[in-house]
Design a protein around this ligand. Sequence first.
Ligand SMILES: Nc1ncnc2c1ncn2[C@@H]1O[C@H](COP(=O)(O)OP(=O)(O)OP(=O)(O)O)[C@@H](O)[C@H]1O
Length: 654
Amino acid sequence: MASNHKLVCARAARRQFGGAFQQAVRDYRGAKLSALTLAKGLEERLPDGLSYLPLAFLYDEEVAQLSWEGSVARANAEARARQTNFRVMARTRPLQPQELEDKLYESISSERGNNAIVVHDGRVHRDGRTIYAVHSRFCLDAVFHERADNQEVFEEAVQPLLNASLEGGRATVVFFGQTGTGKTYTARGALDLMSERVFQKTDNVEMCCYEMAGTRGGREAFFDLLAGEEKRQVKCLTGEDGNVHVRGAQTIVCTSRTELCNAMDKAFLWRSSECTERNEASSRSHCILEFKFPGPDGESSGLFRVVDLAGSERNFETQMHSRSMAERGGLINYSLLMLKECARVMHNKQKDLEGPEMHVPFRSSRLTHLLRSSFTDDSHMTTVVATLSPSPTDVEHSLNTLQHVGMMRSARAWEKWSAAFQEAPEAPVTASAGFDAVQGRGRALHSKLQDARKGQLNLHAFQMKTAVGGSIMKKYEAQSAKTETFIDARWHRELNVKVQDDLWVLRDADAEATQILSSWKAEQWAASKVHDLSRWSAETLQAFLRTLDLPGEVRIPSTMTGAQLRRLGRRGLAALCSDAETAEALALALAGESQAGKAAAAAHRSTNIRMTALGNHKVHAAIEPFEPEIEPEAVDASTHAHAQHEPALATAAA
Ligand SMILES: Nc1ncnc2c1ncn2[C@@H]1O[C@H](COP(=O)(O)OP(=O)(O)OP(=O)(O)O)[C@@H](O)[C@H]1O
């Protein structure tokens, strides 16, 4: 049954209207398949744009257009074969049994031939009544769908790096993504296969393993995982070659697969992990495994590094965390944030969006400090594997992960690609196409989110009339279980919805509210100055005089300001007027202005009290309780009426 409140939150709507969103995904996939079939025969014969028209009859026009473009242009089909030292891939895990039990559906499509991931983002229009789906395509270097196994990922993502380091090079594979999406699963699978292959090419491997976690004092530090329970702290220093090395970590020399597997098992045993809402064995640290292989002269020279990052989490996923978990989680999130920030700055520098002097903050976290050469050294081979969850409840996470890996991709590979295009200008692939799409999408999403939040802010923060004529109020229940009540004027229906479900949205709205209301306050301050004579400039004073219909003449110099006029006092003012009547009228008009200023301040006072509460992030406290005036019969009748109203599903393509 449709619920107006739930429509405010996209996450809730994705569950509640799963059927409609699933249909949107099916339509997208169907249109894509038809486009692929059609493209074979029509692509070359029909002019651009015309050929996708048959699809538009069958599917939503924009979906058909997006699918057609993707299948015909194959904008990114060659990415997989392109030889660059920095590659970005994505792996989507299958839906977990619990998610299947909750009747969740796949909201990600992997376009393997096109090396692209399409995220189907079910959204709610800000009118709160229409749901729509946005299909966003992200072009990467390779993608792995839900059924791909570790072997496939290993061969595509890890094997080339392993080969390069066995030949004496430096290589890093980074697993990056939301918590519970399979970073450790993929990393362990890859390590297992690596242990099998590596001894075919060498007879001894040096291994060390350490994790980046928080210390008791709340600082980031590296701990040796091979040192067992005591977890000795190790140092991270910049060497003469400019690369960052870890000093003091125990190194194990392995001469067989069994020894290497035992060493890795030991390291993972001591790695910090805890049970969280999202993952029974969630990693609470960034784990780094380093393998060194003997060079031709017998000394170890090749370096192969596997970085299994801790997962990013959102507020609503950390409600059950203990204080110490929250503290450690804070550090982890900070380092991930810095990694994203480095990617953003590097990307902006490449695109000339920020000046060349803009500093990339690699030193702001130990993690970014360590990974610096992976992003800046052209000879260092790096693959970032983004792991994604197909669940519709994780769409925001998936978009965020893909946007950031997209930035990393464009930042590091840009120069190489642009050089390649200069050599072959007629090449059909455009290097930035993938990223431009990502960035454009990011901007569009951001502004949509802002809109949604603003709309929501109106609903949550004030007892205001909503765009559709309803009004919002809050109620409190025992055990501080907050309940929201939404009165929909259209159906006269009262809905009680547990706030917990949507608390994260509210928190965002709180923060947004504080920001918006601060600027509102500034506007109020500016507005209050309008009536304050002592702040008037000479021009404002003259403009004010022109609006007055005075009986006589006023000889106020054109350079005189409001403050100067005020200092003249009543007698001085009378001296500037042609007669007593005019002086009286002018004095009255000025007094009226001062009264208007006071009235405006009084009118804003109650709002200001609410704003102060909002400033303290207490949106709920800022709302006064308010009893609805609804007749029980009206509620029943409307419930029935509303049940028949199914929201329209509009589809938008981006
Ligand atoms: N490709 C996959 N196929 C089957 N199961 C998977 C896959 N990827 C992940 N899983 C399962 O999902 C769960 C979470 O995986 P994992 O612990 O690797 O996630 P993570 O990203 O490392 O999480 P965190 O960041 O919290 O450590 C595990 O139970 C794992 O078995």
